[in-house]
Design a protein around this ligand. Sequence first.
Ligand SMILES: Nc1ncnc2c1ncn2[C@@H]1O[C@H](COP(=O)(O)OP(=O)(O)O)[C@@H](O)[C@H]1O
Ligand SMILES: [Mg+2]
Length: 143
Amino acid sequence: MSQTISKSAKQTQTIAAKLARQLSGQEILCLTGELGSGKTTFIQGLAKELNIKDNITSPTFVIYKKYKAKNNLNFYHFDLYRIQEPQEILDLGFEEIINNKKNIIAIEWSEKIKDLLPNKNIIYIKFEYLDKNKRKIIIASKK
Ligand SMILES: Nc1ncnc2c1ncn2[C@@H]1O[C@H](COP(=O)(O)OP(=O)(O)O)[C@@H](O)[C@H]1O
Ligand SMILES: [Mg+2]
């Protein structure tokens, strides 16, 4: 487990880039923390390190977006803020997505589907808002 205080959005992205270099496929990154705590900012840092050129924003009108990443990997960005029932993501083929070794999955508001998550290859990332530019970031993984 690691715990860091990030003092800027840029620093949060640097922390994310460092984590991205350790990913090889089939990891599920579970991001929790209130609105504005830095989840999407962190995902932008991950995406950049994974060679994704698109500008990543929260997928407001869809539950997830898929991007082509380096080493023939796919990067999935889920934002579950608006889902009502966990079943909604099963209907989108969640099981197939997480079972593909070529997929790296980042899920904002992952607590909404905690019963659907496997018990390995999980990286928990918790964000706490401290003040305008300061966030506590706690990373813990379950291999
Ligand atoms: N240390 C920091 N880490 C991450 N974001 C920060 C930090 N300091 C300020 N911010 C700002 O806070 C906001 C975080 O928004 P966002 O990443 O969309 O949060 P979330 O996805 O958790 O709702 C951004 O506007 C970002 O620039
Ligand atoms: Mg967000």
